[in-house]
Design a protein around this ligand. Structure first.
Ligand SMILES: C[S@@+](CC[C@H](N)C(=O)[O-])C[C@H]1O[C@@H](n2cnc3c(N)ncnc32)[C@H](O)[C@@H]1O
Length: 201
């Protein structure tokens, strides 16, 4: 991954994640978004896209509790989380048979579709932005095909390119759309999260 000079892997959120037994600093991002917009409820079904190593999953599992169901997928394997109500799988969300594979993991609708999908950065901004948009587009597509009306959507996205157009696409599907840059985001990062609240019927 290309990193700016200001990148410091041992920064505050990195250390805090380690101290709290969280697998990634990104746990604090989903925690902030979840609490700000009251995203989760006990017993919900949640899809987590780009879930390795499992920071989001740890927070989501706490939010939905033992009666919830959480599905996490990634190109990379996710170490077992030691809970019976989470299923993980090594899958490419852009693969042709992804939707079918996902249905094999969980047949019902999801209350929340969350995506922290990010491409491997190349250092060429336009390429990275376009790849990020492609992944966010797939997440939005899944939130429409597998999310439930009234449910919520969260996706990471690199700023730039067709960002505004994508935000309008999310607006067409959700009652309200927020752009969030969580506190735990690294200073030099070009990422933001789009949060779609209450999917239209
Ligand atoms: C920022 S990391 C996710 C961190 C994770 N949310 C956490 O809290 O631990 C982005 C992830 O997106 C995954 N990813 C990128 N492209 C993907 C694809 N086509 N299919 C599945 N996962 C993908 C990467 O493997 C990487 O693990």
């Amino acid at each position: 991954m290309s990193q700016s000079k200001s990148y410091n892997p041992k920064d505050h959120f990195f250390k805090k994640a380690h101290a709290e037994g969280l697998r990634a600093r990104s746990a604090f991002k989903i925690e902030e978004i979840a609490h700000r917009f009251k995203i989760f409820k006990k017993g919900q079904a949640v899809l987590d896209l780009g879930a390795a190593p499992g920071g989001f999953l740890q927070i989501i599992l706490g939010e939905v509790g033992p009666t919830g169901v959480v599905i996490g997928v990634d190109l990379a394997a996710i170490r077992p989380l030691g809970k019976p109500n989470v299923k993980t799988a090594v899958l490419d969300v852009l693969a042709e048979d992804f939707d079918e594979q996902l249905r094999a993991l969980h047949q019902g609708r999801f209350d929340v579709v969350a995506s922290d999908l990010a491409p491997k950065t190349t250092g060429t901004r336009n390429t990275d932005v376009a790849r990020s948009l492609r992944l966010a587009g797939k997440a939005l597509e899944l939130s429409q095909s597998r999310g439930r009306p009234g449910g919520h959507f969260i996706t990471k996205l690199f700023m730039g390119g067709d960002f505004e157009q994508f935000r309008n696409e999310v607006r067409a599907v959700y009652d309200e759309v927020k752009v969030v840059r969580p506190e735990a985001t690294r200073g030099a990062s070009m990422e933001v999260y789009l949060v779609g609240l209450r999917r239209k019927a």
